[in-house]
Design a protein around this ligand. Sequence first.
Ligand SMILES: Cc1ncc(COP(=O)(O)O)c(C=O)c1O
Length: 497
Amino acid sequence: MKPETSKATHEETLDPEDWEATRKLGHKMIDDMVDYLKTVRERPVWQNIPQQVKSQFTSPVPTSPEQPEEVYREFVNKVLPYPMGNIHPRFWGWILGTGTVTGAYAEFLAASINTNNGGGNQIGNHVEKQVVDWIKEMLEFPASASGVLTSGCSASNLIGLTVARNVKSTIDLRRKGLQPATEKLVLYASEEAHSSIQKAVELLGLGSNALHLIPVNSHFQIDLAKLKAAIIKDRQEGFTPFCIVGAAGTTNTGSVDGLKALADLCKREKLWFHIDGAFGAWARLSSKAKNTVVGIELADSLALDLHKWMYMPYEIGCVLVREEKHHRKAFSLTPDYLAHGEGERGVTGGDLPWFSDYSYELSRGFRALKAWMSIKEHGSKKYARIIQQNIDQAAYLGKLIEASPELELSAPITLNIVCFRFVSAHLDDAPLNGVNKQIAVDLQEQGIAVLTGTIIDGKYVLRVANTNHRSRREDFEVLVREVLRIGKKLTEKKSKN
Ligand SMILES: Cc1ncc(COP(=O)(O)O)c(C=O)c1O
C-alpha cells in the first residue's frame, strides 16, 4: 500500500495559529507582571485561598482547547492572588528567596529556546560552565573543582554525600550497592543540620541511624569535643566514620560551625568534609561577613543555593566538588544512545564535558541562564552589598527587640536570622508558646508579614530569615510594632480568662 501523501494528511502542531494574537498576549503578560512586581509592597504579603477557588482545581482533565487569553485570565483570577508571598518585602518565612525581574525574564528566554542542559555541543553548557566558574571564584573555592547546577540545596546535599559515600567506602558501591557491605558507614552533623541531610542519607541507603547528630554549643555550633569523642567511640564499636557535614548557616538560627576546625579534623581522621552552605556560603561575598564562613573553601563538597541568598527565581542550587574525578566517577554513565566525546564534531561532540555526568539527572533545564544574566546585570559587588544589607537589617531588628521589654531574643544573631519571642510576666512558657504561634498566624492572615516559627530550648519562637532584597529597615519597624500590638491583645485576653 502506498503511503498517504503529505497533502492528504492533516498534521497538527502546538504552535499558535495566530502569531500576532500570541505576541499581543505575551506583551500583556509582561505588562501585567511588571506592574505586579512594581506594586508588590502595596499588597498583603499573603492571603488565604478561598474554598470556592480551591474547588476549581479539582475539575477533570480538559479534553478540548481553550483560548490562551482565557487560560491567562484564569491564571490572573485564580493563581496570581494566592502564591506563597515570598516576593514581598515583609516575607521572612523559612528561608525563601525573593527572585528578580531579570531572573523572571531569563526563565522565559530559557524556556523559549528550551535547550536541554544535560549535555551536547551547545551554548547552554558554556553558560553553565561559566556560572559554575563564577560561583567558585566568588566563594574562593579552588578553580579546579567540578560543579553542577541543581534544583536546590537538597539535591546538592544528595549529590555531595553520594560522592562522599562512594569515595570513602572500600566497596565499589556503584556496582555492588550496599547489599554486601560489611562496613557500617556513619557520618556526623550537628543537631541543627537541615533535614535534607537526613533525607540524603536515607536515599543513599545508609538509613537515618547512620547519621550521628552531635549536640551544639551555646552558639548553636557543632560541639567539637563531643564530635571527636563520638568518632572514637564509633570506631571502637566497629562503625566506619566516613564524613562530617559542616553547616555554613543553620536553618534555625543561621549559626556557622567552626569550619576550619572541622576541615582539620576531617584531614586528620581521613573523613570527607561536606558543607551545607545553602544560604550562608554567600556571606563570603561580603568583606565584613566573610570571616564568619571562613573554611568553606576547604570542603571536599560544598552545597549551596542561588534561589535563597542570591535572590534568583526558583529553582537553582549548585554543588561543588573539590576533586573532579570523584564527582564524575559517582555519576557518569554512557549507554550507546548517549555516546558523546569531547573534541568530536556535531551536537554530540564539543569541547566540554556533559553536566549529566555530574548529576543523577539526565535532562536538565537551562537554569544557568537566569544565573548568568543576573550576575552580569548586578555584578558580585552589588550582591555583596545587599547580603551585607540583610545582615545589618537583622542586627537592627535585634536592637529593636532588645529595646522592647515584651520581646526577647532567643538565639545569638550570626548572620541574617533572628529568633525571638513575645513574653509577658503574667504567663508561663506553655501559654506563651500558644501566644507566639498565634502572633505568627495573625501576622500572616492580616497580610502584614510572613515569618515562621521554630523550637529553641523547648520554647516556640518566631523566626525571621532575611534573604529579601526588597526589605527596608522600616519593614522591621512595622514587624516589631505589629508583633507587640498582636501579642498585647492576645495576652490581655488570656490574662482576663
Ligand atoms: C541549611 C539548609 N540546607 C539545605 C536546605 C534545602 O535547600 P532547598 O530547599 O533549596 O532544597 C535548606 C532550605 O532551607 C537549608 O536552610
